[in-house]
Design a protein around this ligand. Sequence first.
Ligand SMILES: *Cc1c(COP(=O)(O)O)cnc(C)c1O
Length: 400
Amino acid sequence: MVRKSGNRGKEKKQSIFTRSVHAGEPRRKYADSITTPIIQTSTFTFADSKHIEDYTKKGKEHFEYGRYGNPTAQIAERKLADLENAEDCVVFTSGMSAITTTILTLVHSGDHIVITDDSYKKTLEFCRSYLKQFGVGCTIVPFGQYDVLDKAIQKNTRFIFSESPTNPYLNIFDLNKLKKIAKKHNVLTVIDSTFATPLNQRPLEFGIDLVLHSCTKYLAGHNDILAGAVLGRTELIEKIRNLHKSMGGLIDPHCCYLLLRGLKTFSLRVKQQNETSLQVAEYLEAHPRIKKVYYPFLKSHPHYDVAKEQMTGGGGVVTFDIKGTIKDAKHLLDNLKLCYIGPSLGGCETLITHPALVSYYDYSRKDRYELGITDTLFRLAVGIEDADDIIHDLERGLKK
Ligand SMILES: *Cc1c(COP(=O)(O)O)cnc(C)c1O
């Protein structure tokens, strides 16, 4: 089944702000509703034998059974494909479901993959531990060392997996360099673009083969659902869709409705988050109690030039290290009244995490420091509140 994205014909491509609202949606909807209906059904019926044969023999579009697809999910897929400038898309129950199903589709026993070392924790764990059970090798290379990456590719390497920007240091992968290396060795490239969103970066336009998103974050954007997506050429996406039908962890239509609702305002929210995050990053960088700020659109960021070249916004996450000890870090957390302390990112509410106390609590201090997770490191996931209010809240926590 060939799925086209929402923008058809030769008309001028609309702005991503307009497409966030309209793309992928039929102009006229059930009962003349303006919103996309939630088609809450597990099965679909045929009118008669001709209808069956039109579907089975002539390939006429028809939904057959809930695990094979649902109209509300299909509209979410079409909207996402349009925003990412992709031929096709599959949505999943979570970002991790999208990632693992994509990886499992691409590898066979005896294959090998290469992944960069600051990829999402659970992605790394899956590649490092579980792929071995299927006889798939995995080399983890240090992020940003392109010569090491180049040398890590073997005859049986299927793909290179990376992220950009990464967590928590917001490292930026040079997508042109990645594509060059992949082309030389004839391997596929997969990028988790969750932190960037299609407003700030569209890896497919750099020749990347597959783009992954945890839609849980900016795309749905309200801290209320889990969802994921993979996007790319129809030929690859159809294979992933097929495995997804067997794996069976299908996203439900109500969740797709919430994703669609979130997507309508996604460009607006992320535009605001880009602006607010830059303001917050600049405020922090000038603050006497701050040791270091990491934000891709700050000139001090090691990958500022690449970021400026391949992204149109720095995103909604600001990472910073404060002067002092763990006591000062706790003082900051305990004096916040606006920012919530919690994991995740991309929602309306500003969230702050202290990786040493949460994600890395079970690591020794030495191991943590080797990974760059200091006692005084914070990740701020900026919401859509006013920049001055967020800054005021941080100021309260940074005051001695
Ligand atoms: C959150 C996240 C994931 C996992 O997505 P879920 O929706 O939580 O399964 C993967 N990659 C990145 C970069 C993420 O931030």
